[in-house]
Structure formats: structure tokens, C-alpha cells
Write a protein that binds this ligand. Structure first.
Ligand SMILES: *Cc1c(COP(=O)(O)O)cnc(C)c1O
Length: 425
């Protein structure tokens, strides 16, 4: 399958029915699986045989869809999680433990920022945040003896900064640690981070992959390119015996291509149980079947809206990496020559009052805490996600009170622009 183009992979990768089998992915709505002998089942518990025994760890429907996402990203193995939050937590916690340190881009999704800086800190995992545009000296200085991973987002939600994947991958590798990239916004249709050196790719499939605002979910993809054994002292979880499975060593038994996802499933899914329901995996797959058709339209609408807003006299500033005036234009062109996504943010004259009034007048764009949906939606961080902050704090965080984040859906760009024009007037 991996020789096919993205369009074909979106439609057909991951599941190939046999003679007389369902054409569409079957939803295996079963918590458990039947075996003829205890010995058969025992082999699964010892990781001696592959198969299913309990849906808290693995389910065939999920695995068909994960295999499609692995193919799209050019990875060797993947798993689905219950949410994007669970995907990022698992990807990091699979190689970090109490006493570890992470280097992360400061320009990332707020939920991930909290996860790393607050919740993982309580587990004894430290972080150093660096600007995605930091100097080489600053980046080098962020690494410590106990650094175990580097983390960033291809296009950050909601700042829309573009991550220099190749540069951060080189820095991570020179310190013997992997680069984890959250590729939610561009999706593998517009960017494949593994081709630029990323080792692990994560997704909130809740966004464009589902694309219809129907199912919360996440995914983790392993490139299979990181040599855990070459840095064995840093990753004991992968390179020393796991007593809960009779002392198997993941990197030895499952090799470079199987170790990461197998450990993540066998330990973290077993213990935390953040599995995606097979029903949601089925819905996600319906979204994936048209991802390659939808993404260019999201990009087309995002660019059209950004260009319209840029010329409007009530708009102070527009952030959209596809605009030539955007500071990330060149970097976006390198990593995403066909465009990034449909999310645009812009600052209105008149602060939060103007933003609230403007959004109230929109007819097509609904006010929602969501992005990357077929239906256009918008949000004013100052009066919603960031409402505890003062105008001064918002300014300092690069989220001015008059900022509106707009996720352009799949409607006609003419209608979207007409709606913006009447609301601005
Ligand atoms: C939404 C989002 C997440 C969190 O995903 P959920 O599915 O909401 O848990 C993580 N990263 C990015 C970039 C996101 O946009």
C-alpha cells in the first residue's frame, strides 16, 4: 500500500477485505474476544502472539484506522487514543518518567501546554519551553543531561506559528533523543513530518481527520527510525526488561519498528485505558476517506478569507502562514507547499467589545470552542478560552483582546467573505 499516492491511501489504506468480507471497515463492537484454550490466550498476555483479548488495550476496528494513518504519515506503526490529549500524553510518557526532562516549543496548543507544564510536572517530569524562533544558542542551552524528548506543533493552535521541523530534529538527534511533532493542523495531506526528521507524530483526530465535528480522538504514529538501543541508557523502558511481561525487552523483541507502539499499547493503554471507541474509529475513517479532497478546500477558503481581512480597514493584523506578509510564509512554503490549513486569526480594532459584537453578527460562522470542522466557526480567546486573563496579560501572551480565531470550513468562500463583510460593516 505504501507505494500509492496520498489520495489512494486516504481511501483504501489500512483495511483490505478478503473474499466475501465487508467492503467497509467492520465495527467490532465487542469488549472481549473468545479463545479455545487458556494457553492460546496466555500467549497474548505474554506478548508471544499478536491478537486481541480486551478492547481496553486493542480493537481491530481501531487498528485498521491506525494502519491507514501510519500509511498516510509514512510511519511503520500507529495506535488510536481516546483524544488528542491522550495521544500527546502517551507519546511523551512512553519515554519519559519521574526525573526526565522535555524540551518543548512554547507555541503549542493550550491543552498540551497545561499537560506538560502542570500535570506532567506533578509526575516529576520537567520542561524547558523555547520559542519556535529561538537562536541556536538558546535551543542548545535548553537541553539537559536528563532530556528525553523534543516536542512541537507543525502549525501551532491557535498562534499559527510554523515549527522548523528539520532544525529541531537535528538538535534532538544530536542529543540522542527523538522529536515528537503534533501534526494536527496540516494533517499528512499537507505535511509529513517524518520526511523532515520527526520520529513520532501525534494527532488530535478530532480536528481535520474527522473533519465533521463528530468524534473526539487521537493518534500516535512511530516512524520506526529512532534507534532506542543506540541510546539505551536514556530509554530504560524500551531497552531493559519489563517484569509485567516476564522480562521482555521491547526494543529487542519488537525491534526498532515495533518497540514504541507495542510498549505504549501493552503498558500505557493497559494501565490508563484511554482507548478510542471502535464506533468513533469508524466515524474517523469516514473522515479520512475524504481528507485529501477536503484539505485543499479548507486551505483555499482560509487563504481567501485571510486575503480579504488583510485589506479591511477595521482589521489590525491577520495571521495566516499562507499570506506573503506573514512572518512564517517562507517556512510554511518549505514544509507545506500546498498550504497548511483553514484556520486564520486576526485582530480587530476596538478590542474584546468589537470582537464580541462582530462575532454576534456573523450568520454562517458559529461561535464554538472547536476548529477544523466542515462548518466555519470562530472564537474570541479573550472572552472564552482565555477569559481569566487581563488585557495586559493577553497582550503579553500574543493574544490581544480583539483577536478572533476563525476556522474556515468547506462552504463557498464568496459566502464566507460576504458574511465577514456584513458583520464588519
Ligand atoms: C485540539 C488539539 C489537541 C487536543 O486534542 P483533543 O482531541 O481535543 O484532546 C492537541 N493538539 C492540537 C494541535 C489540537 O488542536
Amino acid at each position: 500500500m505504501s507505494d500509492y499516492k496520498q489520495d489512494t491511501l486516504c481511501v483504501q489504506a489500512g483495511y483490505t477485505p478478503g473474499n466475501g468480507e465487508p467492503r467497509q471497515i467492520p465495527i467490532i463492537q465487542s469488549t472481549t474476544f473468545k479463545y479455545n484454550t487458556s494457553e492460546d490466550m496466555g500467549k497474548l498476555f505474554d506478548l508471544e502472539a499478536s491478537g486481541y483479548f480486551y478492547t481496553r488495550l486493542q480493537n481491530p476496528t481501531n487498528d485498521y484506522v491506525a494502519a491507514k494513518i501510519a500509511a498516510l504519515e509514512g510511519g511503520c506503526a500507529a495506535m488510536l487514543t481516546s483524544s488528542g490529549q491522550a495521544a500527546n500524553f502517551f507519546a511523551l510518557f512512553n519515554i519519559c518518567e519521574c526525573g526526565s526532562h522535555i524540551v518543548a516549543s512554547s507555541s503549542i496548543y493550550g491543552g498540551t501546554f497545561n499537560l506538560i507544564s502542570v500535570t506532567m510536572a506533578k509526575m516529576g517530569i520537567e520542561v524547558t519551553f523555547v520559542s519556535p524562533d529561538c537562536s541556536d544558542e538558546e535551543l542548545e542551552a535548553a537541553f539537559k543531561e536528563n532530556t528525553r524528548a523534543v516536542f512541537g506543533e507543525t502549525i501551532a493552535n491557535p498562534a499559527l506559528t510554523v515549527f522548523d521541523i528539520e532544525r529541531f530534529a537535528k538538535a534532538a538527534h544530536s542529543h540522542g533523543v527523538p522529536l515528537i511533532v503534533d501534526n494536527t493542523f496540516p494533517t499528512p495531506v499537507n505535511c509529513r513530518p517524518i520526511e523532515w526528521g520527526a520520529d513520532i507524530v501525534t494527532h488530535s483526530t478530532t480536528k481535520y481527520m474527522d473533519g465533521h465535528g463528530a468524534a473526539v480522538g487521537g493518534a500516535i504514529v512511530d516512524s520506526g527510525k529512532f534507534d532506542w538501543m543506540a541510546h539505551a541508557d536514556k530509554f530504560p523502558g524500551l531497552t531493559t526488561p519489563d517484569e509485567s511481561y516476564h522480562g521482555i525487552v521491547y526494543a529487542e523483541k519488537f525491534g526498532q519498528e515495533g518497540a514504541f507502539i507495542t510498549k505504549c499499547t501493552a503498558q500505557l493503554m493497559r494501565d490508563f485505558g484511554c482507548i478510542q471507541s471502535p464506533q468513533n474509529a469508524f466515524i474517523l475513517n469516514l473522515g479520512l476517506e475524504s481528507l485529501h479532497v477536503r484539505m485543499p478546500k479548507h486551505v483555499e477558503n482560509g487563504l481567501a478569507v485571510a486575503k480579504f481581512l488583510e485589506k479591511h480597514d477595521k482589521v489590525i493584523k491577520v495571521n495566516y502562514p499562507g499570506l506573503e506578509s506573514d512572518p512564517y510564509y517562507e517556512r510554511a512554503k518549505k514544509y507545506m507547499p500546498n498550504g497548511g490549513c483553514g484556520v486564520v486569526s486576526f485582530e480587530l480594532k476596538g478590542g474584546r467589545k468589537a470582537a464580541e459584537e462582530f462575532m454576534g453578527k456573523l450568520k454562517l460562522a458559529a461561535i464554538e470552542t472547536h476548529v477544523a470542522d466542515a462548518r466555519t466557526c470562530c472564537l474570541n480567546p479573550a472572552t472564552s478560552t482565555h477569559r481569566q486573563m487581563t488585557d495586559e496579560q493577553l497582550e503579553a501572551a500574543g493574544i490581544p483582546a480583539g483577536l478572533v480565531r476563525m476556522s474556515c470550513g468547506l462552504e463557498s468562500s464568496e459566502d464566507l467573505i460576504a458574511d465577514l463583510a456584513q458583520a464588519l460593516a
